[in-house]
Design a protein around this ligand. Sequence first.
Ligand code: NAD
Length: 509
Amino acid sequence: MINDILAHFQISASQSGVAIGGHWLKGEGAALPSISPVDGKLIATVQTASRAEYDQVIDKAQTAFGEWRQWPAPKRGEIVRQIGDALRQHKKALGKLVSYEMGKSLQEGYGEVQEMIDICDFAVGQSRQLYGYTMHSERPGHRMYDQYHPLGLVGIISAFNFPVAVWSWNAMLSLVCGDVCIWKPSEKTPLTSIACQQIIAPILKANAVPGGVVCLVNGGREAGEWLSQDTRVPLVSATGSTRMGKQLAATVGARLGKAILELGGNNAIIISQHANLDMALIGCVFGAVGTAGQRCTSTRRLIIQESVYEAFTQKLVKAYQQLRIGNPLDENQHVGPLIDAAAVQQYQDSIAAIRDQGGRFLVEGGVLEGPGYESGCYVKPCIAEAGNHLPIVQHESFAPILYVMRYQTIEEAIALQNGVPQGLSSAIMTQDLREAELFLSANGSDCGIANVNIGTSGAEIGGAFGGEKETGGGRESGSDAWRAYMRRQTNTLNYSTSLPLAQGIKFDL
Ligand code: NAD
């Protein structure tokens, strides 16, 4: 299967990971092996960028920007429309590669490519809606308005868990906004980035899009640092851990660049006594074990009203006993592997910390061994009763570990939900209107995403995506997220025959 997919995307066993449009550079940096967590096998080796190649890419991107920004936005949208069509054609192959290289289920792999298609559709429409306001001037014979211009080079640094969708959220909006983009993918999933570049290269060529408009720079953390330090890159959009975000924000901030930060979450669902518990169960289990707990929006905490605590935790335990863990390409499995051995170690360290800090397991975890688990990356989703204040609960463990805790009043539940450093996604399961509205009010959830009767994961493209506090404050994808990719200009135009000053100031010569 995998050889067919590599052939489909013309990926060789030792493949360059550095591209300017459809032109592949040699890749003179370190060799990066891509190993599948599904079976532990080497898929291919990727040649990363040297610093000199990075500079070459940036040079080309700068030249390309000078031309690309002059293309009318709807014409740029037309390129994105064609990219969306190409993604539709390659959906199965790319979805499978995502699943095999990253380890998420095949359904989720396809879903990730669907998200790419959806953002293309969204961006095409946006290309005709890059609106500014028109204001009434206080001066007679004057017109005042604001408009949005292309910003320049956009660096996109992505995480392993959404190896392709996050790039497309940023890239497709950047493209219609007239920016050019340089993608630094996760070093854990380089092949999917190469496949994306291969998918779009023929479209760039057929439409004579300037070469440096869509660039790819594979590499490790260092390549991400090149982007964050580079004054030629006015905006860096970075997705990953809070640790990475703090470093990157300091570097980009020191040069007064702009950053969009999409960092870690610690997402909770409140289960009210007024919830439909059967419905809540699906949202909680999928949220906690989907993508083996490796979504930024994965459900990490359940805050359960004490009168339904026993009944609901019993349902949960029963559901966990039915989970099938195994090869994510097999559609009968619910849970695939963690990304690599380091992630498995972190999972085990978290389990040890839960015990040390006084947590009590309702469903035990553990690393799976034996046939089908040879990669060593398959772990059991587990559930622990743990207080919200425990240091391990305050921390994002990027694994299928779910904490359960009780509450009495809705105000207490909201305080628990908000009582962590992160602020990405949150949900309440309730059929009580007053509770639902309180949760969504200014006194409610402090997260960027707050849902009612839906779990914490699985956002739609049309909404702005991102979170508060240590999640970084950035917004991507829908709503008016596009504005962050443009520079705003206020224009005042005087069509009268005199020059009145603002605020009525007199200055006669
Ligand atoms: P990571 O922080 O290890 O790496 C993310 C990317 O940042 C990689 O490309 C890496 O090479 C790069 N990087 C690392 N340090 C850097 C630095 N100092 N300067 C510049 N670049 C640097 O994260 P990961 O393990 O790949 O992904 C998991 C994390 O990502 C989780 O915390 C998850 O919650 C978060 N995430 C957040 C969102 C969101 O939208 N909020 C989405 C997906 C993942």
